[in-house]
Design a binder for this molecule. Structure first.
Ligand code: 13P
Length: 253
């Protein structure tokens, strides 16, 4: 994985109450020293961001938001600007998750604008891409993801940019691509980042996401060019999320 520090992020999606915040500190307690070798990030719903960020920081980890407005502060009811998220303690921000692309019609252009706004406020964007099952089965997966990356990574992206490869059909389904398919996709993404950003691109991390569980995490982390994971359901329970973190080879060092 070159000189890139592994990153394992938990996306809580639209789950979680204040009573669940102990999962953050519990995860970090269980992960122990692994937290110094691996960047651990919790992305709770915005209602819990400040408290999650405080709990994460106390345990040597960080917090991220799940979405951001592409616009600056202004008359946009219900939206949250990137500087607001920084102010609430976020260090990262997921952009372009397939659930937002599907539920809110987010296009690659919108995702690029969100990533740009996040980066301008000092947030590391975690930019999600991934093919549908129909696209995978028709042999289009690599081409689809290449197109998404070209159109949704903003110009002058910071080296803190993180790409999360999340096949839509693997999210919440218990299904994952084969190690060979993950390897082929990550090799392709790495090649695109290197070609577009050169040395700068070599610093950008590429995560796998989609049904990562304690039982399959070690196999996924062993795949070449996989710099970590974006974990959904399993990140809500400290025992599972910590087991995933501890399955990373860097945790044993
Ligand atoms: P699951 O891990 O629940 O499949 O979700 C993956 C995901 O969408 C993370 O962003």
């Amino acid at each position: 994985m070159g000189g890139r520090k592994p990153l394992i992020a938990g996306n809580w999606k639209m789950f979680g109450r204040r009573a669940d915040l102990h999962e953050v500190s519990d995860t970090l307690k269980r992960a122990g020293a692994a937290g110094s070798a691996i960047d651990i990030v919790f992305c709770p719903p915005a209602t819990l961001l400040r408290e999650a960020a405080e709990a994460a920081r106390a345990g040597g980890a960080q917090a991220g938001a799940q979405d951001v407005s592409p616009l600056g502060d202004g008359a946009h009811t219900g939206d949250l600007s990137a500087p607001m998220l920084t102010d609430a303690g976020a260090a990262y921000c997921i952009v372009g998750h397939s659930e937002r692309r599907a539920d809110h019609g987010e296009t690659d252009a919108i995702v690029a604008a969100k990533a740009k706004a996040a980066a301008a406020a000092g947030l590391a964007p975690i930019l999600c891409v991934g093919e549908t099952l129909a696209e995978r089965e028709s042999g289009q997966a690599l081409a689809v993801v290449e197109r998404q990356l070209e159109a949704s990574i903003p110009e002058n992206a910071p080296h803190s940019l993180v790409i999360a490869y999340e096949p839509v059909w693997a999210i919440g389904t218990g299904r994952t691509p084969t190690a060979e398919d993950i390897a082929a996709m990550h090799r392709s993404i790495r090649g695109l980042l290197d070609a577009r950003f050169g040395r700068h691109g070599a610093e950008m991390r590429v995560l796998y996401g989609g049904s990562v569980k304690p039982a399959n995490a070690a196999e996924i982390f062993a795949v070449e060019h996989v710099d970590g994971a974006l974990v959904g359901g399993a990140s809500l329970k400290a025992a599972d999320f910590a087991a995933i973190i501890l399955a990373h080879p860097a945790a044993a060092r």
